[in-house]
Design a protein around this ligand. Structure first.
Ligand code: KG4
Ligand code: ZN
Length: 342
């Protein structure tokens, strides 16, 4: 729950119920389990969020819920619950695009207004967008194969590091040598700021297979070298996007690079981007890790921003498995996951 006023915000409560434990035995997210877990916990979660904010339903100005993109079962449970509360209490409903919630989080955490360049890196998405304003997004690039979080998760899986993989790879990499394995830097130097991680993942797999059985030092070195390749590739892609951002927004626009999504918690990635930012005169802004990965406060904030503009939704608004942030951008060739959950 958030309070919005004069374009800045305050978090009143942010209750996150993780489902990783339920999915862990299967090594990935199981849609049916995800939907059931939403049904089981949502009523209690709403009560908890109200309780820790010290509010009741009558204190609310509107109800926001994620309507997409993502796994349809969980989306329908959340959106239907929000519709029921909105109907019962006569409150406006705001159906939020989950990607927009990630894109606008820095307004809540840092009071930063658009425009800015956004790098969105999560388990389902890897995109560079210009955030021109609330509801106005321009995609500059996206992945042509795997999302970055997915590449971390697959690397962790093949090294036996568990799930979700990002934090496990980062932890193992702390003890590793990032120069031991010269993994490829995908898309390096290409003029359009797209991403690709499938080739890097294959290189990691081949190396891991060649070095079986893996000792802890080798695992750490692979993780550190993988992260170094990722950080260099992402920084190179962001450098291209910065050039486009300046061309498209003009000389007066604020030079800011905002990073959002679960992978934004990764320190190797942040360090690489901070260095790039210093070199190019861009301020790097990253929400705290708990607000980078999926959370309710960012959805409430995006809802509050839309409500402030009078943008509400009808009670028959559908949940959408696919829902690009920038409706006008052409899909990228080979990008199988553009509409997946972020
Ligand atoms: O945005 P997010 O919380 O949720 C969805 O994708 O739905 O992002 C989750 C992704 C996972 O792939 C996870 O492995 C990755 O973010 N992630 C990380 C780190 N923390 C989470 N990747 C790299 N380093 C991290 N520290
Ligand atoms: Zn997300």
């Amino acid at each position: 729950m958030v309070r919005e006023g004069d374009g800045s915000g305050r978090i009143l409560s942010n209750v996150v119920r993780s489902q990783w434990e339920q999915h862990r035995p299967y090594g990935g997210v199981v849609p049916e389990i995800a939907a059931r877990a939403h049904v089981e916990c949502l009523d209690l979660l709403i009560e908890e969020a109200l309780g820790s904010a010290g509010l009741t339903l009558s204190d609310l100005d509107g109800i926001a819920a994620t309507a997409g993109p993502g796994l349809i079962g969980g989306l329908m449970v959340g959106l239907t619950t929000a519709k029921a509360v909105a109907l019962a209490r006569g409150l406006p409903l705001i159906a939020v695009n989950h990607l927009e919630a990630h894109a606008l989080t820095v307004g809540l955490t840092h009071g930063v207004p658009p425009p800015y360049l956004l790098l969105l890196v999560s388990g389902g998405h890897t995109q560079l967008q210009i955030v021109h304003g609330v509801g106005r997004y321009e995609r500059l690039g996206s992945t042509i194969d795997d999302a970055l979080g997915e590449a971390f998760d697959k690397t962790a899986k093949l090294l036996g590091l568990g799930f979700p993989g990002g934090p496990a790879v980062e932890k193992a990499a702390l003890a590793g040598d990032p120069r031991r394995f010269p993994f490829p830097r995908p898309m390096h130097g290409r003029p359009e700021p797209h991403f690709s991680f499938a080739g890097l993942k294959t290189a990691v797999r081949q190396r891991a297979e060649a070095l079986q059985p893996l000792d802890a030092e080798t695992v750490a070195d692979i993780c550190a070298s993988f992260q170094a390749a990722v950080a260099a590739s992402v920084a190179d892609r962001c450098a291209k996007a910065m050039e486009l951002y300046e061309l498209k927004t003009g000389p007066g626009a604020a030079r800011r690079l905002v990073v959002a999504g679960g992978v934004a918690a990764n320190m190797a990635l942040r360090d690489g981007l901070a260095e790039l930012g210093r070199a190019r005169g861009f301020e790097l802004i990253v929400p705290p890790p708990s607000l980078c990965s999926d959370n309710g406060a960012m959805v409430a904030w995006a809802g509050a921003e839309r409500l402030a503009r009078g943008w509400t939704d009808r009670l028959d608004v559908p949940a959408r498995a696919r829902w690009p942030l920038d409706q006008l951008a052409a899909p990228v060739l080979g990008a199988g996951r553009l509409g997946a959950k972020a």
